[in-house]
Ligand binder design. Sequence first.
Ligand SMILES: Cc1ncc(COP(=O)(O)O)c(C=O)c1O
Length: 392
Amino acid sequence: MRPYNLENDVLFRLRKTLNLKKKNEKAFLHEPNFDQKEIKYLNKCVKSTFVSTAGEFVKLFEKKIKKITNSKYVLSLINGTTALHLCLKILGVQNDDEILVPSITFAGTANAIKMAGATPHFVDSETENFGIDPIKLETYLKKTTVRKNNFLINKKTKKRITALIVVHVFGHPAKIDDILKITKKFKIPVIEDAAECIGSYYKKRHLGTFSDIGILSFNGNKTITTGGGGALLTNNRKLYEYANLLSNGAKEFHKWEYIHSEPGYNYKMPAINAALGLGQLEKLKNFLKKKRSLFKRYEKNFKNFKQAKILKEPKKSKSNYWLQALILEKKYYSKKNKILTLTNNKNIFTRPIWKPLHLLKHFKKNPMMNLKNAEEIYEKVINLPSGSKFIK
Ligand SMILES: Cc1ncc(COP(=O)(O)O)c(C=O)c1O
């Protein structure tokens, strides 16, 4: 009998879950799923000639997102990163402000803060759902900040802390109730980075709609895609109107004159992308069903596997299961790279979670709390192929 090998065992279970029959069959992390529907809408959009931001498809796309999220206002944009940048701008974030953000997130979240001229101030995540750790956050803010002239000030850097970005990781909710209690107490506005969360609900409320503003991403690797795209969600009319203005070069409405009230951005989603997205949205329910079935298949095939478990949605939530994750038990953290190497060599494109941002060289000197959990999360998480295509 051959000795037991953990990497091979994982590979075997992945091949079974993904129903891979051919020897080196490729399994991508998250492939888009298209059919004739998208082609039909794309054709229609091209034929109309309104392929840019004024096209009818943008309105139809936004209407559908409103229905899914129950957000009063939806502004479709060119990607999630610019959507976050716009959120910071409309909240009035200034150069040199600090923005609280988890170290465990995609780089785009912190890049948006840099784009706004502000500084990412890294906070730790909890090890269950990988969202901001509310207990650590409260203790840290109590110890390291003071309120002066109506602003929260970092005692050490003397800079203003003017917002916090909550990230809902892999489509699962962060501990949003607890986080919002703390931000209310410290009077910090909250932006929800729900880039990965179209179709994810907590207590029947769509992620990205718990605070004043939230964002979604429709990048090619997301549950539904517009090629590249994002959206800003808010129930606040003033915030929406200001975001709408800034996203269109701050151009005031006039039938022919070019009147710009301030410097703005070119962030609106073109209709050609919205047409692709509309086709995708019409299949969202079906994608969500398939992604949940894939989770169940993973769960079943890893049931008697003691070395790791499959990440499950938290209580009271219905997650979109955007990215499936294998969570290694502490004793097996050292196997992470071996599993990644073997599976990628065999064309199963697993991935580690993002490297914690405070470990990147350009963020090393940023303000941060102790980030022990973030570093541990990095040791133990492997993302698995998650696209709806794996379920027929
Ligand atoms: C958590 C998170 N935030 C922000 C983004 C940025 O979105 P985009 O790629 O659309 O700019 C992404 C992913 O792409 C993400 O996963």
